[in-house]
Design a protein around this ligand. Structure first.
Ligand code: SAM
Ligand code: SF4
Length: 326
């Protein structure tokens, strides 16, 4: 599938829940978000129908996300069904890692290819401060388990925030000396829900690179094929690699290959725009397969050329990240 700007769209991010077992300050308020009513959340059957239609239209990779996807009951079976769709799309998962140690083996057996674990600090007290919950040891055990069962290349997503955890960039980078992991640093993005940190706390990509250069010479890795928005590097002695995702300062819209489905059934052509299409209209009360295909194609046609952050008329998008899935 190609959009109006000639981009190939072959990647679908599926948010399966808006609930989460953490309360990261840049993503969710302490009390959580008002949960989407049960009947508004797409059932696994409905999510599968959408995934199947997307695969039919050319999607090759599906990322399961949330909220925290591993808290939704039945997630392992759902992943098994996704992996068995015709033409066997690659199935990946983004998780906060809290439940990963116990589930990694089953997820691998179900056909999950890889996992991205979000982790913003390696320090126990800070973990509790940023996520408002405990559990760093569990996340670290989850990383080990994912490596052990071969959910690789394992990726870690870290969001550096000035004055909060940006001083740990080098500690995260050091992980690549020991492990064949990809540690990715993602610029903090201004969306609803992250009111605890002002847009000024964004630690921009050039500053992230400057921190990384304190540890050694950064060698760029040339990109083979579309591997997302990360700019990749390694140190001469690294086993793993480093990614810097300049989500805001140097937008990657020209390479955008994705559609996002929210857990309440809206297709979002762009992360940073509130324009959404409601797929429930073609899924309920009964499925209209032709209309579903047409709506998916429309959402691709609706993808804007680029996001508008930094422009005068940009408004913070109204959905927090756990509502979109990152
Ligand atoms: N709960 C899972 C997790 O944390 O990995 C999946 C959903 S979470 C919304 C997906 C990603 O979005 C995480 O890596 C998180 O760090 C990132 N994220 C959330 N809010 C963000 C923000 N305001 N700026 C940048 N990244 C953000
Ligand atoms: Fe939950 Fe992920 Fe948002 Fe943290 S970033 S509150 S783990 S959804």
């Amino acid at each position: 599938m190609r959009d109006t700007f000639g981009r190939t769209i072959d990647y679908l991010r599926l948010s399966v829940t808006d609930r989460c077992n953490l309360r990261c300050r840049y993503c969710m308020p302490e009390e959580g978000v008002p949960p989407v009513a049960h009947q508004d959340i797409l059932s696994y059957e409905e999510l599968l129908l959408v995934a199947e239609a997307a695969v039919r239209l050319g999607v090759k990779k599906i990322r399961v996300t949330g909220g925290e996807p591993l808290v939704r009951k039945g997630i392992v079976d759902f992943i098994r069904q996704l992996a068995q769709l015709p033409s066997h799309p690659e199935i990946t998962l983004t998780t906060n890692g809290l439940l990963l140690a116990d589930m990694a083996d089953d997820l691998k057996q179900a056909g999950l290819s890889r996992v991205n674990v979000s982790l913003d600090t390696l320090r126990k007290e800070r973990f509790e401060q940023i996520t408002r919950r405990s559990g760093l040891e569990k996340v670290l055990a989850g990383l080990d388990a994912a490596s052990r069962v071969g959910l690789d290349p394992l990726k870690i997503n870290m969001v550096p925030i000035a004055g909060i955890n940006a001083d740990e960039i080098v500690d995260f980078a050091r992980l690549t000396f020991k492990h064949p992991w990809e540690v990715r640093f993602i610029e903090f993005m201004p969306v609803a829900g992250n009111l605890d940190y002002s847009p000024e706390s964004r630690f921009p990509a050039p500053a992230i690179k400057a921190e990384l250069e304190r540890l050694g010479v950064l060698l760029p890795i040339s990109r083979q094929g579309p591997n997302g928005p990360a700019r990749l590097f390694h140190y001469p002695q690294s086993r793993g690699r480093l990614g810097v995702i300049p989500a805001i300062s140097n937008h990657f819209c020209a390479e955008c290959n994705r559609l996002r489905l929210t857990s309440d059934g809206r297709i979002r052509p762009c992360l940073f725009s509130d324009d959404e299409l409601d797929l429930r209209e073609v899924l309920r009360p009964e499925v209209d397969a032709a209309a579903l295909d047409a709506l998916l194609l429309k959402s691709i046609g609706d993808k804007p050329e680029k996001h508008r952050i930094g422009e005068e008329d940009f408004c913070r998008v109204s959905r927090p990240m756990q509502g979109i899935g990152g």
